[in-house]
Ligand binder design. Structure first.
Ligand SMILES: [Fe+2]
Length: 390
């Protein structure tokens, strides 16, 4: 079966070379951005994989000398960025190929940002107009190559990194961090096992869902979020059931990019609650969001009923909030997402500790319903015990 209908190049929100096999264009994409000596940044798990070898081989065959930096951990920390910048400078590199899931993509983007800065990384945390401190001439170009369909970092203008001293996730932002070229090749995602396919796919859903619920006037983001959620509904179960289904993989790659495009509008309590779980208990980001999703939806219910009616209609669910919640719960069951936080390694008594950390997350401000530490504590208690309430 050919996939010609799934092969094309989009120029929104950046240049996206979409379609099976398009990793073959990696060297050409690097050269288009003026790279003569790119550094491929990936994570420790992926570096031994066929797909990294395939990408390196493309550049080698094209006579483009390419370095490899793979010291990126899950939930990456500042020292991963620092080490990458050292490797970038030591190898005389002039651009970054950010290759992998969210951790590798975000770290690659941070390394490219920091390639020629004199200020430290956390001077560029996304607060106020910190981004104006960036020396734009010191930023290296990025080709982003996602190998999971979830984070959508390939089309994002920010990157997440954990501050080891404060144990908090920080968001680094500059509009120029949006990768100039994305290669979205679904063949690179077929090796992702079902449980990770499910977790990252739910992250994509959480991006569209939180953005759609967020009370900011941004109809463009809302439109993208709706279609992003429809793609997840139709294709995520298929991608989980059969990882070699190229069409399902392609549709989920699109859904992931759409989620991240939509969340320029904002996120909310799902992400505010999942971040501390990742930092302190190493929870998988997408999995934690997937577990938290119904509890946060139920909390937000009083202010999102009208939105949920729109969503239910678009997804063909009939009804309103209740039918959306029922769909989320059924989808989680179908793709084997646990129902409670305790099942993913968060200690049963962690609610009191986690609540103020979630409250301190900047994303709390964009949750559609105001949420204070006491509310977070109740939400964590519910999510830990698996009690969704009445
Ligand atoms: Fe996320």
């Amino acid at each position: 079966m050919t996939h010609d209908h799934l092969t094309l190049t989009w120029n929104f929100p950046t240049s996206v070379r979409f379609g099976p096999g398009r990793i073959a264009e990696l060297a050409e994409a690097c050269r288009e951005l003026g790279m003569a000596r790119p550094l491929l940044v990936t994570d420790r798990g992926l570096v031994q994989s066929d797909i990294v070898a395939r990408a390196m081989a493309v550049n080698q065959a094209a006579g483009l000398p390419t370095g490899l930096f793979a010291e990126v951990q899950g939930n990456p920390v500042e020292s991963n960025v620092h080490d990458g910048v050292e490797a970038f400078k030591a190898g005389g590199h002039d651009g970054v190929v950010a290759f992998g899931g969210g951790s590798a993509l975000d770290t690659g983007k941070n390394i490219a940002l920091m390639a020629g800065q004199s200020r430290p990384l956390f001077d560029f945390v996304d607060e106020g107009d910190n981004w104006k401190r960036v020396d734009e001439a010191g930023m290296a170009p990025v080709v982003a190559v996602p190998t999971t369909a979830g984070t959508g970092s390939e089309v994002g203008r920010s990157a997440v990194v954990t501050d080891e001293t404060t144990k908090a996730k920080r968001i680094i932002f500059h509009a120029g961090m949006l990768p100039r070229i994305v290669i979205a090749d679904p063949e690179l995602t077929i090796g992702l096992p079902p449980h990770l396919t499910a977790a990252v796919g739910m992250d994509a859903l959480s991006h569209s869902l939180e953005a759609f619920c967020c009370r900011v006037y941004h109809p463009m983001a809302d439109g993208i979020a709706l279609e992003g959620m429809r793609l997840v509904k139709e294709w995520l179960p298929r991608a989980v059931a059969d990882g070699t289904d190229i069409e399902a993989r392609a549709q989920m790659l699109a859904a992931a990019s759409m989620g991240a495009t939509a969340f320029q509008k904002g996120l909310g309590a799902m992400h505010a609650m999942s971040h501390p779980c990742s930092v302190h208990y190493d929870s998988h980001h997408g999995l934690a969001n997937a577990v938290l999703m119904p509890y946060v939806l139920a909390y937000n219910r009083p202010v999102i009923e009208a939105r949920m009616e729109l969503l239910a209609r678009y997804l063909g669910l009939g009804g309103g909030f209740d039918s959306v919640l029922a769909w989320v719960l059924a989808l989680r069951r179908e793709i084997a997402i646990p129902h409670g936080l305790a099942e993913i390694g968060v200690p049963a008594d962690a609610a009191e500790f986690l609540a103020p950390l979630a409250e301190a997350e900047v994303l709390t401000a964009s949750n559609p319903r105001p949420v204070a530490a006491a509310d977070y504590r109740r939400l964590y208690e519910q999510a830990l015990s698996g009690d969704l309430g009445p």
